[in-house]
Design a binder for this molecule. Structure first.
Ligand SMILES: Cc1cc2nc3c(=O)[nH]c(=O)nc-3n(C[C@H](O)[C@H](O)[C@H](O)COP(=O)(O)O)c2cc1C
Length: 202
């Protein structure tokens, strides 16, 4: 089967993308608005970019009215955010925070997401998330305008939290101990992925 993206609706193309680009890690992004009110939402179009300087990215699309989601608005206004990774234990809480609440209403408060103050940025991190990246905005790249328009947020990692309990014998995070969930297509998530070791050629 072959598909020509130019013949597909945006909605259908999105379906093909989320059913093929997987497993996707989830950035559970906490932000504050200019008055300090907190916000948190999940984003699975998310990836690391490079370590020099330490950079990651995630992609909040515009809402169906063409408006920026609260996360993007807050990041643009305050230039700070935290990417929390999501363990199985917090998956339901993460899912609840995908609800679209009115701007300024905190998903932390509404859904009782436990928060811990961050070290270098104002938005709190999620208590119980095994890894959290405190970020300052590097840049936003606008891919398209209007409803479902794409935006890529690049963040400079300025502090990294790792729970001691997920460290393996080599002193680095152990995937099994982190027990992160990943997003697949539709409402499906993947977890407890089996490890496969393969040495890289020189
Ligand atoms: C697991 C998961 C992954 C998601 N990934 C994205 C994404 O990559 N981009 C996006 O724009 N929305 C994504 N969403 C939807 C947003 O979380 C949702 O629109 C949310 O209400 C945005 O909140 P905000 O307005 O507070 O920023 C995802 C939702 C879930 C549950």
């Amino acid at each position: 089967m072959q598909l020509d993206p130019s013949q597909l609706s945006v909605r259908d193309m999105y379906q093909w993308m989320i059913h093929t680009i997987l497993p996707r890690p989830i950035a559970w992004v906490s932000t504050c608005d200019t008055t300090g009110r907190t916000n948190i939402a999940p984003f699975s179009f998310f990836m690391g970019v490079c370590a020099k300087p330490p950079t990651l990215m995630f992609c909040p699309v515009n809402d169906r009215f063409g408006k920026p989601k609260d996360t993007l608005r807050n990041v643009e206004e305050t230039r700070q955010f935290v990417v929390n990774l999501v363990p199985t234990a917090l998956c339901e809480s993460m899912n609840q925070t995908a609800a679209s609440l009115p701007h300024g209403e905190s998903e932390f408060d509404r859904f009782g997401v436990p928060a811990t103050p961050s070290l270098r940025v104002k938005p709190p991190r999620v208590t119980g998330s095994p890894v959290a990246f405190e970020c300052e905005l590097d840049r936003i790249v606008r891919i398209s305008e209007g409803p479902a328009g794409g935006n890529v947020v690049f963040g400079r990692i300025i502090a990294l939290h790792v729970e001691d309990s997920v460290l393996g014998p080599d002193g680095l995070p152990d995937a099994a101990r982190m027990d992160l969930i990943a997003r697949a297509g539709g409402d499906l998530y993947l977890h407890k992925a089996q490890a496969l070791r393969m040495e890289r050629p020189d």
